[in-house]
Design a protein around this ligand. Structure first.
Ligand SMILES: [Zn+2]
Length: 236
């Protein structure tokens, strides 16, 4: 520790992300299912049109994806802020509608985020399990060409940290070593800052659902995401 530093520093990592901005996008929202006309509105995602937002999935036990993404996002925000990062979220609570995927991308862009992550839980057939990362493919009309390479680095850092930090295996049903690349997601097509999506597990799969419904698991997930984002931002 350099001389002059207070010996009661909260942790060795405190301040390591000072000057960095992270955008966290908790997928979906609690009011979406009651506002179909608003969320089904078509928006321009650079290479086509998609719905403004969607309702997301839920476990067989009724734990919703929007509640999961909101809880993990809040936990992650706390960990990043403890290290000195500035954090912006794309929504203020878990009871509203939207915002549209175009707005979710714009929030990270406007903040000039050094890293952005969209947090989801998958709704795949229940035989499949595990997590995966979605990285952007270039969509010149969307404006994301420059972020393809740094987003891939962010994706690998988060993949490695999430895998070791949670013990959740790589997805058995999509991607290669838990990495998928897509050009049909507005949140990635329209991003001008390094950005990935993570599908933290398959909420339709009983084993993954049990984990995702457990607050202790969600804390481990947030800690792992924090580690992956920190590794990317520190160039490790
Ligand atoms: Zn989702």
């Amino acid at each position: 520790m350099p001389s002059g530093e207070p010996s009661a520093a909260p942790s060795a990592l405190a301040g390591s992300l000072r000057g960095k901005t992270v955008a966290i996008d908790p997928g979906h929202n609690g009011g979406n299912d009651k506002a179909p006309s608003e969320i089904n509105k078509q928006v321009d995602v650079g290479n086509g049109h998609k719905e403004c937002d969607t309702t997301g999935t839920q476990t067989a036990g009724g734990y919703t994806e929007h509640a999961f993404t909101w809880d993990v996002s809040k936990r992650l925000r706390k960990l990043l802020e403890a290290q000195g990062a500035k954090v912006v979220l794309t929504r203020k609570n878990d009871t509203g509608v939207g915002p549209c995927i175009t707005q979710r991308a714009a929030t990270g862009n406007k903040a000039h985020a050094d890293a952005a992550i969209s947090i989801h839980g998958d709704g795949a057939p229940k035989s499949g399990h595990g997590f995966h990362i979605i990285e952007p493919l270039p969509v010149p009309a969307g404006g994301n060409t420059k972020i393809v390479e740094p987003s891939a680095r962010l994706g690998e850092a988060v993949r490695d940290a999430y895998h070791s930090g949670t013990g959740i295996p790589y997805s058995t049903y999509v991607g290669t070593k838990a990495i998928d690349k897509r050009d049909d997601l507005g949140g990635l097509n329209l991003s001008t800052v390094p950005k990935i999506f993570i599908e933290c597990g398959n909420m339709q799969n009983p084993g993954d659902a049990t984990k995702m419904s457990d607050p202790a698991f969600r804390q481990r997930a947030a800690a792992a995401l924090d580690q992956g984002i920190t590794a990317f931002l520190s160039g490790r």
